[in-house]
Design a protein around this ligand. Structure first.
Ligand code: CP
Ligand code: NVA
Length: 309
């Protein structure tokens, strides 16, 4: 029976914190958890959850993942803890790591997450920052792998904002050797540091393409992926972004230009008629709810690799 291996890094702040072998191992473990072929005991282990932004999937999938492993979770709502009153991160991190065995954090600035990790003596997991959403990318590639056995044959086209979700897809895609095409409006390209890192990882540099034309980006693609146009914290930019992203909606017409067996993914929550039409969202090509379920399986695997003995 497969056993979780300890990751070389103590934290999972970025898709870059794991190696090619480690990501392959996490996906393999996730499949075993999903098929109920693996029993790992994390009883007496406690996961602390700090969410500075809203969450349905990440919060609940971490809670259920931990509960399935026999451990418990504490939801550290910033508004009812001293975090919301401005207690320094370095103090909160040092205190919480004396109570908890692992801490998952969703916040705005990636540097705040890094500050938690710097002061915590226990593993810290990125539950989404403005820069990255690496747990999401693990679930996405588990979902893609369920459909396409050899990831190296897959073309993944992301249509939307080049921020956290796209950044983590690029980095994970680079590790796994997947062709990743990002189609975004001008000015919404992925983070330059992420692009640079991905080009360093890819053996074939033509496998990452950034374009402003969704119609060419989808040609022959096996996976079409989108995310909200206005991310959490950007509520005041909604009208401007709705205009800027005009033409970047996943419609059935756009899907028809991709490979005939292409699947549709969305990290959720979704806004119909903005980034995706209801028809495309509900179509037979959609694997959106399998993808949401897979959040739980990959996080079980991740927790097992970070804290099981
Ligand atoms: N996809 C995702 O992270 O969803 P939540 O914001 O609901 O956690
Ligand atoms: N880009 C989105 C992802 C939500 C899971 C956001 O940051 O709000």
């Amino acid at each position: 029976m497969i056993k979780p291996i300890r990751l070389a890094n103590n934290n999972f702040l970025s898709s870059l914190d794991i190696s090619i072998d480690e990501i392959t191992h996490i996906l393999e473990l996730s499949r075993n958890f999903k098929n109920k072929k693996l029993n790992i005991d994390l009883s007496n282990k406690v996961l602390g959850l700090i969410f500075d932004k809203s969450s349905t999937r990440t919060r609940v999938s971490f809670q259920v993942a931990m509960s399935r492993l026999g451990g418990t979770t504490i939801d550290l709502n910033p508004t009812t803890s001293q975090i919301g009153r401005g207690e320094p991160i370095k103090d909160t991190a040092r205190v919480l790591s004396r109570y908890c065995d692992v801490i998952a954090i969703r916040t705005f600035d990636h540097s705040d997450l890094e500050e938690y990790a710097k002061w915590s003596t226990k593993p810290v997991i990125n539950a989404l920052t403005d820069l990255e959403h690496p747990c999401q990318a693990l679930a996405d590639f588990l979902t893609i792998h369920e459909e396409f056995l050899d990831l190296k044959d897959v073309v993944l086209t992301f249509i939307g904002d080049g921020n956290n979700v796209a950044n983590s897809l690029i980095l994970c895609g680079a590790l796994l050797g997947v062709e990743v095409r990002i189609a975004c409006p001008k000015g919404y390209e992925p983070n330059p540091w992420v692009i640079k890192k991905a080009y360093e990882i890819y053996k074939n540099k033509y496998l990452l393409k950034i374009t402003n034309d969704p119609n060419t980006a989808v040609l022959g693609a096996n996976v079409l992926y989108t995310d909200v146009w206005s991310s959490m914290g950007e509520e005041n930019k909604k009208d401007e972004k709705d205009k800027d992203f005009n033409g970047f909606t996943i419609t059935n017409d756009l899907v028809s230009k991709a490979d005939k067996n292409a699947i549709i993914l969305h990290c959720l929550p979704a806004y119909r008629s903005k980034e995706i039409t209801d028809e495309a969202f509900e179509s037979k090509n959609s694997r959106i709810f399998e993808q949401a379920e897979n959040r739980m399986h990959v996080q079980q695997a991740l927790l097992a690799c970070l804290i099981s003995r």
